[in-house]
Design a protein around this ligand. Structure first.
Ligand code: GLC
Ligand code: GLC
Length: 648
């Protein structure tokens, strides 16, 4: 620890001990563990906070409050969670295991409320899940609340879903079933109905400083010149005028979502309290929402700034001190270089992998894998102590994130290609199988994204309504192909619940005034118990998808080579076939994955199998069939194989 940090800690510790004398005496072992972790993690906490706030007269006041919060939170931490802390500290790579399997849903859409989710635990177990992400279940404004991403209180659950006690009970019940709970930490903004915002609206300058507010358009106009419009159909630019206070408020997303002012240390301190509160309810992973936006600076895009990383790293150090089991998952849906910046054990151990997501869909549309293969070859590698969260789609839109240079090297014009993808996935492109919807089309820039369920994007909706069994079969195979990649490429796979039943777009949102303007709702259909009841019937779409996915998940979970994130992208000599080799130390073996992204047979030459698979005879784990590297391997339409050398 450097001298300055050590000196500060020496100053803080005795005062802390005095404030917590009774607690420390009641639980000497717990207190000793806490102070040991405080010593071990104080330097990064102090260093980041000093850089961010060291120039402020009240720096030490906030630093002491933050450390006291950590102490209070640790003392309040339930024994079961302290036990979890110990287990996770003893096995820090636990989340890289091939056994890990994630899923995500809205509590209300999946099961009505929190009690309903609890009642569906057997279903989650049947799928082999070990991780469940519930969309924000917090108190939120009535009507449009961005699917819960406008949070009115981090300590209250939306009454329709239950109570905070129900949430803690659900976390326990899930943990007992081997499933860790993930919740969002929506820390870039609050709802304009949050108590802080209400006070700001009432004119309280202390709380006005929790947000970014401007008396006139001078600064907003200057900021708007260099920032992106995230929800251009909500309003032009990033600011919303509030007549009550005659101020322009920074609102990156909807106008009712107010960005927090992290330049104010009181905001960091308050949000640290909310973070530790959630950790103590039994939340095992926090999904850090909208990470890229949390720090703003004039003349920049106000995305991915160095201070954003420092804030997260300071939160991370705090978690190591007071809730060490807690993991962070980064939601950075931006250029792949910027996504990678958020990933490290000191920042976010987990991160969505938007590049894989977007380029998987790109490969299906173009029937070739070059952009996917070349992009991942350079960009898949991350810190081996971290993990990708590999998903096929989320509750949000699909944005066509890839590096323009990567595309240009393949002769693609990035702008034209993104336009093609939007046309393809909204079904406007002739011959497209997809039935997605445009989201946030920006007539000024020509920009747009796409919303819809996996099944509808993969062709099931069109096939069922306009085509026939042959096309239905292809659509099912596309869904399975994308999930097979997520399950095998390295990292934690994430299932959007409902995809295992092939749920189609839900157009009911158009009749709900609070949702009609947000096409992402098409991709968030309610769980359908009637369809779920058919999940074991192999003559139905539901049965085919569910059974195949469950088998693949179980297969993944038995193969240690599928753990970790060591993956080599290979070129199997056919641009329609994605290939990669999985390794995982200390296992000396390798597993070769080949995946055909077209509706035609595709050959892979025998010498390619020998070269990348390092063997002459293999077993395909997916079909159980032997594969001899003597003749070409012919992959059927959308077929994928997981090859291990025979005898391995
Ligand atoms: C994230 C969420 C998205 C939400 C936004 C604002 O991107 O995934 O649903 O609209 O943040 O919170
Ligand atoms: C996210 C992303 C953006 C996404 C939106 C949610 O934070 O940055 O690309 O579309 O918010 O819809």
């Amino acid at each position: 620890m450097d001298r300055e940090a050590a000196r500060s800690l020496d100053r803080i510790l005795p005062r802390l001990g005095a404030d917590f004398t009774a607690e420390a005496a009641a639980d000497p072992a717990g207190w000793a563990a806490f102070t040991a972790r405080l010593r071990a993690n104080f330097a990064p906490l102090f260093g980041h906070l000093l850089t961010l706030y060291g120039g402020r007269y009240d720096f030490f006041y906030h630093l002491e409050r933050i450390v006291a919060l950590a102490a209070r939170s640790w003392l309040d931490r339930p024994p079961a969670l302290r036990a979890l802390d110990a287990a996770r500290e003893a096995d820090p790579a636990w989340f890289q295991s091939q056994r890990q399997m994630g899923a995500v849903c809205y509590a209300d859409r999946f099961a009505g409320d929190l009690a309903g989710v609890r009642a569906r635990i057997p279903y989650l177990r049947e799928l082999g899940l070990t991780y469940l992400h519930l969309m924000p279940p917090f108190l939120a404004p009535a009507g449009d609340n961005d699917g819960g991403y406008a949070v009115s209180s981090y300590r209250q659950i939306a009454p329709a879903l239950g109570t905070m006690a129900d949430l803690a009970d659900l976390a326990t019940a899930l943990r007992d079933a081997g499933i860790g709970l993930t919740l969002d930490f929506v820390f870039n903004h609050t709802a304009d109905e949050h108590e802080w915002a209400r006070r700001a609206l009432a004119g309280d300058p202390e709380y006005q400083d929790y947000y970014l507010m401007f008396p006139d358009r001078t600064l907003p106009d200057r900021y708007d010149r260099t920032t992106r419009e995230i929800f251009p159909s909500a309003r032009p630019g990033s600011f919303t005028y509030r007549p009550e206070i005659d101020r322009w408020v920074w609102t990156t997303f909807n106008s009712f979502q107010w960005d927090l002012n992290y330049a104010n240390p009181a905001v960091f301190t308050s949000m640290a309290g909310e973070l530790l509160f959630l950790a103590n309810q039994g939340v095992e992973t926090l999904r850090l929402d909208a990470v890229v936006f949390i720090w703003k600076r004039l003349g920049t895009s106000s995305e991915n700034l160095p201070e954003a990383h420092r804030i997260i790293r300071a939160f991370n150090a705090l978690a190591r001190i007071a809730a060490p089991a807690l993991l962070f998952k980064s939601e950075a849906i931006v250029h792949p270089d910027d996504v990678a910046e958020f990933i490290s054990p000191e920042e976010c151990q987990l991160s969505y992998n938007p590049l894989l997501m977007a380029l998987g869909w790109n490969a299906l549309a173009t029937r070739e894998v070059r952009l996917l293969r070349d992009s991942l070859r350079d960009r898949f590698a991350i810190d081996p102590r971290c993990a990708w969260v590999n998903y096929v789609r989320s509750h949000d839109d699909i944005g066509w994130t890839f590096d323009d240079g990567d595309a240009a090297r393949l002769g693609l014009d990035p702008f034209v290609h993104r336009r093609f993808l939007n046309d393809f996935y909204t079904g406007r492109f002739p011959g497209s199988f997809a039935r997605g919807l445009p989201f946030q089309e920006n007539p000024r820039t020509g920009d747009a994204r796409v919303a819809g369920t996996t099944a509808s994007l993969a062709g099931l909706e069109k096939a069922l309504r306009e085509e026939g069994p042959a096309e239905v079969e292809l659509a099912i195979r596309r869904v399975l192909l994308l999930y097979s990649v997520a399950l095998s490429i390295g990292g934690l796979p994430l299932l959007y619940l409902g995809d295992e039943l092939g749920l189609l777009n839900d157009y009911a949102y158009r009749d709900d005034p609070a949702r009609a303007a947000d096409s992402r709702w098409a991709g968030r259909p309610p769980f359908d118990p009637a369809r779920a009841a058919r999940r074991h019937d192999p003559t139905t779409v539901e049965g085919r998808l569910f059974t195949a996915l469950r088998r693949l998940i179980a297969l993944r979970q038995t193969h240690p080579l599928l753990a970790g994130v060591a993956t080599d992208l290979v070129d199997p000599g056919n641009d329609h076939v994605l290939g990669y080799v999985r390794r995982h130390a200390p296992d000396p073996g390798r597993l070769l994955v080949l995946a055909n992204f077209t509706e035609r047979d595709q050959p892979v030459a025998a010498n390619q199998l020998r070269l990348h698979g390092l063997g002459y005879a293999f077993t395909d784990l997916v079909s159980g069939d032997p594969v001899a590297a003597e003749a070409d391997l012919v992959l059927a339409p959308y077929q994928f194989v997981w090859l291990v050398p025979q005898g391995a």
